[in-house]
Design a protein around this ligand. Structure first.
Ligand code: NAI
Length: 506
């Protein structure tokens, strides 16, 4: 399918944060762009905002002044909707309200040619519902940009029940021509990103509520071991708790109360208190200038200990640790076994979703210490450990000393099923798998969406696949057994993948 020709005029309705950014993208790609807003002067202001943003690039020598001028000459602020009639594609980015958007679409259908594509930048309204009253519902498609639109690569191309495949494919190709990374999705609550990202916040909130660790420690583990750019609490503070809580509630309601999306009382408390995050000066963190930033809990072990690490069997995704420890002076001996590390009194294992205390009893290993998942064990600067309640203090200290010797900061957390990074990644992969199972998107698109839309270090299903067949499925089974809650039920796709002779998620 071909992208829209550059000769085709684009119209953007709504010149707020998103509309202005979208107008900039289309003009940058060479189109003439009408920018319309019902508020007098808003379209001019939107264009001025684009000019001010891009002037910074000119000042830094990253853009020619003439190029900026040419781009600005292609953006035409207009007051009346009638002026957009010649557009071949109209993208609406007005207020997030079903009936106001429906009214606008009805007006556009009267004004524009029948073959004009109408697109909506809605982040939460059903494209199917928006199209319901249209004369030609097949021409409406979601074109969901992320904020700030000129910088974020992802575009979710959202097909409602009636959207024509040709229209969706044209918008997909046009997004690529505009320098974006599009994905196809059906119009289901949260589309891809706002749905699959829920566990990133939800599991952190749950761990906090259950006292597994404090805010700064969970954030540090997710960043330094998980490789995410921001921890969940920092990110919620940035997004604003009112916004994040509202999205969670709307997805929870839209999925008829599925416990997987259940909102958190902790977040409700912050919203009720007006602690909305950075914008109100206070959320999980205090943003007052004089306020001290809380530090993550980092455990240390003093004294001398063993320097021989016995590696029993294959430790799977954590194998890169061995070379790293060896390079730091730890002697390594290998023998057959069940994927365990023995160091001093400690026996260490990668979490499989069971609590350390439970696994210690199941396996008869009293001094069991579990370590959490890391994106990359060769470079992670922090790891979380959970110590079995049956383990000795010496075993705990030996485990800390082992990682300390390689310069890895250790955060001891309470004995929580699946720990922090493993549990987060397992639940992200679970949600991604269900989205694929339900035909919302493909495996490749869910991976791309989470990397290009919210900067995840790896796509959730690609990560799950890299960890080895069935590992995430097993982790989820164990977490579900611990809680006996439907929230942790493994996706049928992960179960099918586990039993299948070939990978369904790789
Ligand atoms: P905004 O409040 O910054 O801008 C909305 C603009 O639309 C305002 O300038 C308003 O005057 C104008 N407007 C309202 N009704 C209109 C009408 N009937 N005709 C013409 N103009 C009208 O809002 P923002 O953040 O730009 O969001 C716009 C849309 O984009 C919403 O649907 C939102 O859900 C969606 N979106 C927002 C994202 C964000 O992070 N802000 C991200 C992705 C999508």
């Amino acid at each position: 399918m071909n992208a829209l020709d550059k000769e085709i005029v684009i119209a953007v309705i709504g010149a707020g944060a998103m509309g202005s950014g979208i107008a900039q993208i289309a003009a940058q790609a060479g189109h003439q762009v009408f920018l319309q807003d019902q508020r007098a002067g808003a379209a001019e202001q939107g264009k001025a905002g684009v000019a001010a943003q891009l002037q910074k690039r000119v000042d830094k020598g990253k853009m020619e002044a003439a190029e900026l001028q040419a781009l600005l000459d292609r953006i035409h602020p207009v007051d009346s909707l009638g002026e957009v009639a010649s557009a071949g594609l109209v993208i609406e980015a007005i207020i997030e309200d079903l009936s106001i958007k429906q009214q606008l679409l009805a007006q556009l259908e009267e004004l524009c040619e029948d073959d004009t594509i109408l697109a909506t930048n809605t982040s939460s309204i059903s494209v199917t519902a928006l199209a319901a009253k249209m004369r030609l519902p097949e021409r409406l498609v979601g074109m969901h940009f992320f904020n700030p639109a000129p910088l974020m690569a992802l575009v979710e191309v959202v097909s409602g029940l009636a959207t024509s495949k040709t229209v969706a494919d044209t918008i997909y190709a046009t997004s690529i021509a505009w320098g974006k990374k599009p994905v196809h999705t059906t119009s289901t609550p949260g589309f891809i990103v706002n749905r699959v990202a829920r566990p990133f916040y939800a599991e952190a909130l749950r761990l906090l509520q259950e006292g597994a660790a404090d805010v700064a420690t969970i954030d540090a583990i997710v960043r330094e071991a998980g490789g995410f750019r921001m921890g969940p609490f920092e990110l919620m503070d940035l997004i604003g708790h009112d916004v994040n809580y509202a999205v969670t509630n709307s997805v929870f309601d839209a999925y008829y109360g599925d416990p997987r999306f259940q909102p958190s009382l902790i977040q409700k408390g912050l919203v009720d208190a007006g602690h909305l995050g950075r914008k109100s000066g206070r959320g999980f963190y205090n943003y007052a200038e004089a306020a001290e930033k809380p530090q993550p809990a980092t455990a240390t072990a003093s004294g001398e200990g063993d320097s021989v690490l016995v590696v029993e069997g294959d430790i799977g995704p954590a194998s890169a640790l061995i070379d790293r420890l060896q390079a730091c002076g730890i002697q390594v001996a290998q023998r057959e076994g069940a994927g365990l590390l023995r160091f001093g009194e400690a026996t260490l294992a990668l979490t499989d979703g069971r609590m350390a205390t439970e696994r210690a009893r199941d396996s008869g290993i009293r001094d069991l210490v579990l370590f959490d998942l890391a994106l990359n064990y060769a470079t992670a600067s922090r790891l979380a450990l959970s110590v079995s309640l049956s383990a000795s203090d010496k075993a705990r200290d030996d485990a800390i000393r082992l990682f300390q010797s390689a310069g890895i900061s250790i955060s001891l957390i309470e004995d929580a099923p699946g720990m922090v990074v493993m549990r987060t990644v397992a639940m992200l992969a679970n949600e991604a798998a269900d989205a694929v199972l339900q035909g919302v998107c493909s495996v490749a698109d869910v991976n791309l969406a989470m990397c290009a839309g919210v900067n995840y270090p790896e796509g959730p299903l690609s990560w799950a696949s890299r960890l080895g067949k069935g590992r995430i499925y097993q982790v989820l089974q164990h977490i579900q057994a611990s809680y006996a809650e439907d929230r942790y039920r493994p996706s049928l796709l992960l179960r099918r993948d586990y039993y299948s002779p070939h990978s369904l998620i790789g």
